[in-house]
Design a protein around this ligand. Structure first.
Ligand SMILES: [Zn+2]
Length: 343
């Protein structure tokens, strides 16, 4: 399997600025999401391998306990993600009906900065595997605002479409792209759409971890022989989890909120075997050091050390990419992008 590590933080910092300036609000939101998860039934079996969850938790953070699966290494929260949980935590954003040129520029900038590299990785690896660009067709599940579909289309894949639960996001995506690149679909329809798709690539960018009926979705992928490749990104059990457990007064971006379980290399392999796919290529780049940096800055501000925070920032930021690369290569990074191929 081809392995790639690291990605420069660059301008992405500007996009995630809210994490720094709105720690209190973000933490409040995370607490409400944790309240919703605490109301759910206890998880009896691992989300990925279905072996019983037993023994002591590995750790706890923000009132939630996390168990390490002894069989596949997956990290599961004590409580289960259910439809009731999903209804409570996924806030439907409201979108305007009229968009300005400034909105389009913002959309395109975000697509180019964050999603073009993800699209490029997929297309390069498929090409290396002998798939010609004109033969690639993509169905993107959980397409959100359509950034990924927009990115692969910009890179020349005309046969690329997305499906998304939120009709507001579908409307926004189609308006921004001035084309119907996304279709609204309810969770029950999505299984059928994956089962019936003629596309040879299905993609789940930051999606698998949110799917309540993950078993059904994976089974649909397995059964549809048209699907030759799966491309996904998921949150990993990583250094960020340790930082979050250590800084309980800082917003927990990674474990908690809408993330009720986290992957490890071993649970990804288990999932791939289960659907009859093998690992083709991976790209690991985390936000662990950015998380640590943020938590240190927020903590320094909280205890009245603004001047030190500013001094520290100047010294620390130039080191950030190098430090993260060490963690990425050490296989303990917060995010993975992976391409699987039907075995
Ligand atoms: Zn497991």
């Amino acid at each position: 399997m081809e392995k790639k590590y690291g990605k420069s933080v660059g301008d992405i910092m500007k996009i995630k600025n809210d994490f720094f300036t709105k720690n209190k609000e973000m933490l409040e939101m995370s607490k409400r999401q944790a309240d919703a998860l605490l109301r759910q039934p206890e998880r009896k079996v691992c989300k990925i391998c279905h072996s019983p969850i037993e023994g002591e938790p590995l750790y706890h953070s923000q009132r939630m306990e996390y168990f390490l699966c002894k069989k596949c290494g997956h990290v599961n929260s004590r409580f289960e993600d259910t439809d009731d949980f999903a209804n409570a935590v996924y806030i439907t954003d409201s979108y305007e009906n009229n968009y300005s040129e400034a909105d389009r520029k913002k959309y395109n900038d975000r697509r180019d900065m964050i999603y073009i590299p993800k699209a490029g990785f997929l297309l390069d690896e498929l090409e290396k595997d002998g798939l010609k660009r004109e033969d690639i067709s993509i169905l993107d599940d959980g397409a959100g605002s359509g950034y990924f579909v927009s990115a692969v289309r910009k890179m020349g894949i005309e046969n690329a479409r997305g499906i998304e639960i939120s009709s507001a996001q579908v409307g926004f995506a189609n308006a921004m792209n001035e084309a119907d690149i996304l279709t609204q679909a309810d969770p029950a329809d999505i299984v059928k759409m994956i089962r019936d798709t003629k596309c040879n690539v299905v993609t789940f960018i930051g999606v698998l971890e949110h799917i309540i009926n993950l078993d059904e979705i994976l089974q649909a992928v397995k059964d549809n022989q048209n699907i030759k490749y799966i491309y996904f990104s998921v949150p990993m059990f990583s250094m960020s989890c340790v930082f979050e457990a250590s800084f309980q007064h800082c917003y927990n971006r990674h474990a908690g909120g809408t993330h009720t379980h986290l992957f490890q290399d071993s649970s990804i392999k288990y999932m791939a075997d289960r659907v009859g796919f093998k690992e083709l290529a991976s790209w690991k780049f985390g936000s662990d050091v950015m998380d640590l940096y943020r938590m240190l800055c927020v903590s320094l501000e909280q205890n009245g050390n603004s001047a030190l925070k500013d001094y520290f920032s100047e010294r620390f930021l130039p080191l950030l990419d190098d430090m993260q690369l060490v963690i990425d290569k050490g296989e303990f990074a917060s995010e993975i992008h992976m391409i699987l191929k039907r075995a």
